[in-house]
Write a protein that binds this ligand. Structure first.
Ligand code: PEP
Length: 250
């Protein structure tokens, strides 16, 4: 039985004050979240210290939204894995579609980042997913397969066993359009079957989250699907009530 993970991606949102109240709200509702559900939040880097102090000793983990593939040096504006470790991060989101489309991250860069996160002992949350035109052209599986293949080629299948994959159809991110539970399950099953061709054991173990306008109202139906092991949540992670609504629907 795989553990469910609900992870909030706060993107470039929040302030010291709003994050303090969001964390208070989430912590206050955690007693209603069942034992097989783990919860994590990924704030902007500059708030990691605040989040780490507020969540230390709680059941909520935290992580970064990105990491450099380099260890240190002249890389202005970048954040190294060791820096995330300094703030006791547990997870790092890798290859979010916004990183791929707005900042030019290729499948190869994402695969390198996956390796860096694992080598540092943290858990990557690897995002994959297709654009609307790719779905409409019947290319969803080919696109997701290519994104996964780069990580598999660089890291080997065993590297996925303790990682997390987030299937995030790009057309559903921040748009209010959610993939139907059937559409999501179809791609999740494809991902698991693809991994199973290399290792059934890894396929059984890897957590595959869904991301794309998941909300309290649609979470239960999505999470009821056999291959959906949780959610990566953007907009709805910014309100304690909504985020907890998803955590308790799981
Ligand atoms: C995301 O950005 O990872 C995401 C799933 O966003 P949203 O929930 O707002 O669609």
């Amino acid at each position: 039985m795989r553990q469910i993970l609900v992870a909030g991606n706060w993107k470039m949102n929040g302030s010291t004050a709003s994050i303090a109240s969001l964390l208070d709200g989430i912590k206050a509702g955690m007693d209603k979240v069942q034992g097989n559900v783990s919860v994590a939040v990924c704030p902007p880097f500059v708030y990691l210290q605040q989040v780490a102090s507020a969540l230390e000793g709680s059941k909520i983990a935290w992580g970064g939204q990105n990491v450099s593939s380099e260890a240190s040096g002249a890389f202005t504006g970048e954040i190294a894995l060791d820096m995330l470790k300094d703030f006791a991060c547990h997870y790092v989101i890798i290859g979010h579609s916004e990183r791929r489309s707005l900042y030019g991250e290729s499948d190869e860069i994402v695969a390198d980042k996956y390796a860096v996160v694992r080598a540092g002992g943290l858990k990557p949350i690897l995002c994959v997913g297709e654009l609307l035109e790719e779905r409409e052209a019947g290319q969803t599986e080919a696109v997701v397969a290519k994104q996964l293949d780069a990580v598999l080629a660089r890291n080997g299948v065993e590297a996925l066993a303790d990682g997390v994959i987030a299937y995030e159809p790009v057309w559903a991110i921040g748009t209010g359009k959610t993939a139907s539970p059937e559409q999501a399950q179809e791609v999740h099953a494809f991902i698991r079957a693809k991994i199973a061709k290399q290792s059934q054991e890894v396929a059984d173990k890897v957590q595959i989250l869904y991301g794309g306008s998941m909300k309290p109202g649609n979470a239960a139906d999505l999470l009821a699907k056999p291959d959906i092991d949780g959610g990566l949540i953007g907009g709805a992670a910014l309100k304690a009530e909504d985020f907890l609504g998803i955590c308790t629907a799981a």
